[in-house]
Design a protein around this ligand. Structure first.
Ligand code: DX5
Ligand code: ZN
Length: 221
């Protein structure tokens, strides 16, 4: 069982005040977080709509941090090139999305960006197993995608463990990240189960001391 000393921390800016995005980005930068997590919602794959590639590009440029695009969209093949062009260093598509996922993963690889696959809480973790040779990371959703600020679904811990076991059995150096409702209370269990990154949105922005919050998240492994 892998037990990372120091899980990477990506901040979802979904819960930021978009009227003051510069303030939010400075908060992320000065917190020492590793990356920014961009939640892209199309109103079809999930009922909500967030933002598209133009805003993603501005965040990439203004933040100076690696930015991961989490595409909660149908037909990611049509959408992903705009996020690669926007400067995302990793593009994550959903295993439940329509279209030829392997073709998208191959195109992402050829474009030189990291390839991630996300899966919803209701999707069997084994669905991913045939695809693990073609990805750099898996994003285990610990809430139903669509909104920030939801409560963590504790089944995610066991799902991370099953995925880590499978990756170890096959000798894959898979990065496993967890997204949704992550707090200091549940991050330790995720780290012990084999997650090496967490995404935090509302808990980050609600924290009075973001640098201390990020340091504590890293300390839980
Ligand atoms: C949910 C998003 C998450 C989420 C993270 O659809 O993928 O990234 O907003 O935010 P919190 O930490 O508030 O759940
Ligand atoms: Zn996300």
């Amino acid at each position: 069982m892998t037990m990372p000393d120091s899980p990477a921390v990506a901040v979802s800016v979904l819960s930021a005040d978009f009227a003051h995005l510069d303030v939010a980005l400075e908060a992320v930068r000065s917190s020492g977080a590793d990356a920014i997590h961009l939640d892209v919602m199309d109103g079809h794959f999930v009922p909500n709509i967030s933002y598209g590639p133009a805003i993603a590009r501005d965040i990439v440029r203004a933040s100076g941090l690696p930015c991961h695009a989490h595409l909660m969209v149908d037909d990611p093949e049509r959408m992903f090139p705009a996020f690669v062009a926007a400067g995302a260093t990793e593009v994550v598509i959903h295993v439940e999305a329509s279209g030829d996922l392997l073709r998208v993963l191959d195109a992402l690889h050829r474009a030189g960006v990291a390839r991630g696959l996300a899966l919803n809480p209701g999707t069997a973790i084994e669905t991913l197993f045939p695809l693990l040779d073609y990805v750099d990371s898996v994003l285990v959703m610990s809430v139903e995608p669509g909104w920030g600020g939801q409560s963590f679904l504790p089944e995610a811990v066991g799902r991370v463990r099953r995925l880590r076991d499978e990756a170890l059995r096959r000798g894959l150096s898979l990065r496993i990240a967890v997204d949704g409702g992550v707090t200091l209370e549940n991050a330790a269990a995720l780290g012990h189960a084999g997650a090496d990154a967490v995404v935090v949105g509302s808990a980050f922005f609600a924290s009075p001391d973001r640098a201390a919050f990020v340091a504590s998240l890293r300390g839980v492994g």
